[in-house]
Write a protein that binds this ligand. Structure first.
Ligand code: UD1
Length: 429
C-alpha cells in the first residue's frame, strides 16, 4: 500500500488549480442513466471514486469513454467523459461494487425511473458512523415505487411508472435529495421536494438535468419543484469547482503561513468556511482567477463552530479545520452535528502532538507551539487530508499510511502541494 512522506515546515507559495467537485461529478455521472442519448461531462476530476463509478455504470451497460482535451485546454481542466446509457443491460448494482462507495447506491432512482426496477446492494463507503438509506427509500416510495429488502439488497419496482408527489424529508440529506430529484425528473406530473439539501452540487445536477430537458425550479433552496417529463435528451455540462478541495488547500496554506492562489475557486461556494478563516486571521482575496489565501505572522485566533448542512460549515472540512486549530493561539471548539463517529482523525493528530479533548460531539482543541512528525494512519477521506495539513507544519518527517483514502477524493494531491514548495512524496508499495 502506498504511503505519503512529508517533511514539514515549509510555507506553501504559488498556485493550486482547483479540480471539478467529486460530489457533483458522481451524481452527474449517474444522471447519464436517465437518457438513451449521450451525456458529455467536462471538468471531471481523475479520482479513484470516479473510476469506480465508471465500472459500476459500465456494469449496467453504460458506455463510458474518456475524450481527449480540446484546443486551449491545459492540464488543469479535468477530463471529459462521454456517457451513453443507450441500452441498460442490468438493473442490479452488486455488493462488491456498491460496498466500496456509498454514492453508488444513488443509481437506484434513475434505474427504477427508466427501467421500472432496480436491485441495489445496501451501501458501504467511508466508515463514519451508520449511514442509513431510509430517506432515499421514503422518496422512492412517495413517487410510487414498491420497496423490498432482500439479502442485503434493496428491490425497487414501479412497473406502471412513477408519479409525481410531495416528498417531505424529516432530515436534510444530500444523497436523498439527489435521489428525489433524479427520480422525479422522469415521473408523471409534479413533485415538490421539501426540506431539500441546498448544497451547490444539487444545483449543479439540476442545471445539467435542465440542459437535458428536465423542468426544475428552486434547486439550491429548501423547496424544489419538478415537472416530470417523458424523456431526457443529450447535453454537455461542466462540473463545478470543488469547494471542499478549495477549503482544504486554503487551510493548508494558512497552516504553513503561506501565500497561494487557488485557481478557479469560487467564494460563493464556501462563504461560511472563508468567513471563519478570516475571523481566525487568514487573509482572503477574491480575484478574477480565483481566491488568494495568505497568512503572515504569528498564530491564528481560535474558533468555535458547529458543522451544518449548506450554507453552514461543511462536515467535509471539519477534520481539516481541526488540524489547522492545533496550532492556534488558544482553545477552539468544533462540534460535529452531521455524522456520528467522524472524529477518527483526533487520535492520529494527537500522535503529531496535538492536544484535543473529545466530549460527545464536541472536540476541544488547545493550540500548541509546535507539532512533531510521526507515522500516522489515514482512516477516511477527509480525515486523511487533515493529517497531511498537520504534517505540512510539523517538525521533521511524517509518514501517512493507507493513502488510498486520499486518492478517492483529492486529485494529484502531492503534485499540487509539491509545486507550492511542500516536501511531499509518494512512496510506493
Ligand atoms: C454527502 C457527501 C458527503 C458529505 C455529506 C454531508 C457526496 C458524494 N457525499 O453524503 O461528502 O459529507 O453529503 O454533507 O455528495 N441520513 C439518514 N438517512 C438517509 C440518508 C442520510 O439518516 O437515508 C443521515 C446521515 O446518516 C447523516 C445525514 O443524514 O447523518 C446527512 O447525510 P447525507 O447528506 O445523506 O450524506 P451523503 O449524501 O451520504
Amino acid at each position: 500500500m502506498d504511503r505519503i512522506r512529508i517533511r514539514g515546515g515549509r510555507a506553501l507559495k504559488g498556485e493550486i488549480p482547483i479540480s471539478g467537485a467529486k460530489n457533483a461529478a458522481l451524481p452527474l455521472m449517474i444522471v447519464s442513466l436517465l437518457t438513451e442519448e449521450t451525456l458529455v461531462l467536462d471538468n471531471v476530476p481523475q479520482l479513484a471514486d470516479v473510476m469506480l463509478l465508471q465500472r459500476i455504470l459500465g456494469n449496467h451497460g453504460v458506455d463510458v469513454t474518456v475524450a481527449g482535451k480540446r484546443a486551449g485546454e491545459g492540464e488543469n481542466s479535468g477530463q471529459t467523459l462521454q456517457l451513453s446509457a443507450k441500452n441498460i443491460v442490468d438493473t442490479t448494482a452488486p455488493y462488491h461494487l456498491v460496498s466500496k462507495m456509498r454514492a453508488s447506491f444513488w443509481v437506484i432512482g434513475p434505474l427504477v425511473a427508466r427501467m421500472g426496477e432496480a436491485r441495489v446492494s445496501m451501501p458501504g463507503g467511508c466508515s463514519i458512523g451508520t449511514r442509513p438509506v431510509d430517506l432515499h427509500l421514503d422518496a422512492l416510495k412517495a413517487l410510487g415505487a414498491a420497496i423490498d429488502i432482500e439479502e442485503g439488497y434493496v428491490l425497487a419496482r414501479a412497473k406502471q411508472g412513477l408519479r409525481g408527489a410531495r416528498i417531505h424529508f424529516q432530515k436534510t440529506s444530500v444523497g436523498a435529495t439527489h435521489t428525489a430529484l433524479l427520480t422525479a425528473a422522469l415521473a408523471r406530473g409534479e413533485s415538490v421536494i421539501e426540506n431539500a439539501a441546498q448544497e451547490p452540487e444539487i444545483g449543479d445536477v439540476a442545471a445539467c438535468l435542465q440542459k437535458m430537458g428536465a423542468k426544475i425550479e428552486g434547486a439550491g433552496t429548501s423547496t424544489i419543484r419538478v415537472q416530470g417529463v417523458e424523456r431526457l435528451h443529450a447535453a454537455r455540462h461542466a462540473v463545478l469547482p470543488d469547494r471542499i478541495e478549495t477549503g482544504t488547500y486554503a487551510m493548508a496554506t494558512a497552516m504553513t503561513g503561506g501565500d497561494v492562489m487557488l485557481l478557479g475557486a469560487r467564494t460563493e461556494l464556501l462563504e461560511a468556511p472563508l468567513q471563519l478563516l478570516a475571523s481566525a486571521g487568514v487573509e482572503i482575496t477574491k480575484t478574477n482567477e480565483g481566491i488568494r489565501i495568505k497568512r503572515d505572522g504569528a498564530g491564528l485566533a481560535p474558533v468555535e463552530v458547529s458543522t451544518a448542512p449548506f450554507p453552514g460549515f461543511p462536515t467535509d472540512l471539519q477534520a481539516q479545520l481541526m488540524a489547522l486549530m492545533t496550532r492556534a493561539r488558544g482553545t477552539s471548539k468544533i462540534t460535529e452535528t452531521i455524522f456520528e463517529n467522524r472524529f477518527m482523525h483526533v487520535q492520529e493528530l494527537a500522535r503529531l502532538g496535538a492536544r484535543i479533548h473529545l466530549d460527545g460531539e464536541t472536540a476541544t482543541i488547545e493550540g500548541v507551539e509546535k507539532l512533531k512528525g510521526a507515522p500516522v494512519m489515514a482512516t477516511d477521506l477527509r480525515a486523511s487530508v487533515s493529517l497531511v495539513i498537520a504534517a505540512l507544519a510539523a517538525e521533521g518527517e511524517t509518514i501517512v499510511h493507507r493513502v488510498y483514502h486520499l486518492d478517492r477524493g483529492f486529485e494529484r494531491l502531492e503534485q499540487k502541494l509539491a509545486r507550492c514548495g511542500a516536501a511531499i512524496e509518494r512512496v510506493a508499495g
